[in-house]
Write a protein of this length. Structure first.
Ligand code: LLP
Length: 386
C-alpha cells in the first residue's frame, strides 16, 4: 500500500477493505476484530512445547467472541476483577473454573470470597491480606505473585515491578509470607510474576522462570510457575517482529533445567492487538500555521493509548488507500484536550476530506477496553468478522 504502516506480512484488513468500508457506513467510531487473526496468534504460542497452559489476560479485550475463540483454542482466561470473572462465566457458563485465574490488585475482600466460591485459581500478592482476612484464606490453595525488584515494558506506566510499583510481594517479605501461610494452612501451589507489558527481549520470560523456579525449589508445594504476559507486537514501522523462535527456545532450555513445574503464561496484547482496527470518520480538515490536521469523530475517548503512553498506531485513509500519501497530517479527535492526538506528522493523501473513513491499526488490545465517554461522546460500537 502507498501509505501507513508498512506491513511485514500484510495486515488482514488490507484484503477486507470493502467490507470494512461497508461496516463503517453503519456508524463510526467502530472497532472491528478479525477472529482468524486471534486464532493464528493463539496457535503461534500454544505450539511451544515448554508452555503447559496459556491464560488470556481478558483486560486487553473482553469481547465475548474473542473469549470464546481463545477458549476454543485451549486457552484459560486471566481476570483482574469480579466484573471480569462474572463476565467470563456469563459468556461461557460451562467453563471449567480451573481455566480461570484471578490476579487482582488491591481488590476488596468480597472479590476474593467470590473467587473462592467460584472455585477459580486465586493469586495473592501481599502478606497484609493474609493477616487482615485470615478467615478468607484459611485452608485455601493460592498462587503467590512476587515482585522480582524491577519492571519492564514499553512505557514507565506499564512497568509492574520495583519499589515504585504497587504490585507483588517483595522478596524481603517472602519468608514471612511462607510462615504466615503455613500458620493458616494456606497451600501455595503456584508462583507468579508479571513485570510489565510490551517487553521486547525474548529472553525475558526465561529469566523469570529461572528466578521463580529457584524460589519454588525452597517452598516445596509449588506445582505451577506463571511467568506473566507482556509479549509485544510491532506497532511502529521500524519495530522488529517479536522473535518467537528465540522466545520458545529460551523457554525450552530453562524448562529442561527445571522440569518439575507446570509453565504458565498470561499474554493479552500479543493475542489480540493486531486483530483489531478502529474505524473513524473524518469530520473536518484544517491547516493552522503550517500544520495540517485531520479531525475524526473519536480520538482519545475511543483509543487512549497515544495520549496515555505516547503509543504509536499506524493510521491510513481507508477510503483513499490507493492514493499517494503526499502530505503530513496530525490526526486528532474531538475531545477538548490537547492530548487528543492519535498520530503526529503522518503521511496521508492530500485529498483527505470530510466523510472519509480512517483506519487505526493494531487497536485490538487496550482499545475498546479503555474507551470512555469523556465529553459525553458515545462509546465506539464493536463488530467481529471471521
Ligand atoms: N498479567 C498481568 C498480571 C497483567 O497485569 C497484565 C497486563 C497481563 C498479564 C497482560 O499483559 P500483556 O500481555 O497484554 O502485555 N494499557 C496498557 C497495558 C497495560 C497492561 C496491564 N496488565 C497498554 O495499552 O499498553
Amino acid at each position: 500500500i502507498a501509505h501507513g504502516k508498512p506491513q511485514r506480512t500484510p495486515a488482514w484488513w488490507i484484503g477486507k477493505r470493502e467490507p470494512l468500508l461497508a461496516s463503517a457506513q453503519h456508524g463510526t467510531p467502530r472497532y472491528v476484530y478479525d477472529l482468524a487473526t486471534v486464532r493464528a496468534r493463539a496457535r503461534s504460542l500454544s505450539a511451544s512445547t515448554a508452555v503447559d497452559r496459556c491464560f488470556y489476560a481478558i483486560k486487553a479485550n473482553p469481547h465475548p467472541a474473542i473469549l470464546k475463540a481463545l477458549v476454543g483454542e485451549g486457552f484459560g482466561l486471566e481476570c483482574v476483577s469480579q466484573g471480569e470473572f462474572d463476565h467470563v462465566f456469563a459468556s461461557l457458563p460451562d467453563l471449567d473454573p480451573n481455566r480461570v485465574l484471578f490476579t487482582p490488585s488491591f481488590a476488596p475482600r468480597r472479590e476474593y470470597e467470590a473467587a473462592f466460591a467460584r472455585g477459580i485459581i486465586v493469586t495473592l500478592d501481599n502478606i497484609e491480606a493474609l493477616q487482615r482476612w485470615p478467615e478468607v484464606f484459611r485452608g485455601r490453595t493460592i498462587w503467590l505473585r512476587i515482585d522480582l525488584g524491577h519492571g519492564e515494558g514499553h512505557h514507565e506506566k506499564v512497568r509492574t515491578g520495583g519499589v515504585a510499583a504497587k504490585f507483588g510481594l517483595p522478596m524481603t517479605r517472602f519468608d514471612a509470607f511462607i510462615d504466615e501461610a503455613r500458620k493458616l494452612g494456606v497451600r501455595i501451589s503456584g508462583l507468579h510474576a508479571h513485570l510489565g507489558s510490551g517487553i521486547e527481549d525474548p529472553q525475558h520470560w526465561r529469566g523469570v522462570y529461572a528466578h521463580l523456579a529457584g524460589l519454588a525449589d525452597n517452598v516445596g508445594t509449588i506445582e505451577t510457575i506463571d511467568i506473566g504476559g507482556g509479549l509485544p507486537i510491532p506497532y511502529t514501522p521500524e519495530a522488529p517482529e517479536f522473535d518467537l523462535a528465540l522466545w520458545r527456545g529460551g523457554l525450552d532450555e530453562i524448562k529442561a533445567a527445571y522440569p518439575r513445574y507446570g509453565l504458565v503464561i498470561e499474554p493479552g496484547r500479543f493475542l489480540v492487538a493486531e486483530s483489531g482496527v478502529l474505524l473513524l470518520s473524518v469530520t473536518q480538515t484544517v491547516e493552522k500555521d503550517g500544520v495540517r490536521r485531520i479531525g475524526c469523530d473519536a480520538g482519545m475517548n475511543a483509543l487512549m493509548r497515544p495520549a496515555m503512553y505516547e503509543a504509536y498506531h499506524g493510521i491510513v485513509n481507508l477510503s483513499r488507500l490507493d492514493d499517494e500519501a503526499t502530505a503530513a497530517f496530525d490526526v486528532v479527535g474531538p475531545v477538548c484536550e490537547s492530548s487528543d492526538v492519535l498520530g503526529r506528522g503522518r503521511s496521508l493523501p492530500l485529498a483527505t476530506d470530510e466523510g472519509d473513513v480512517m483506519l487505526v491499526a493494531d487497536a485490538g488490545a487496550y482499545g475498546m477496553a479503555m474507551a470512555n465517554s469523556y465529553n459525553l461522546r458515545a462509546l465506539p460500537v464493536e463488530d467481529v468478522i471471521e
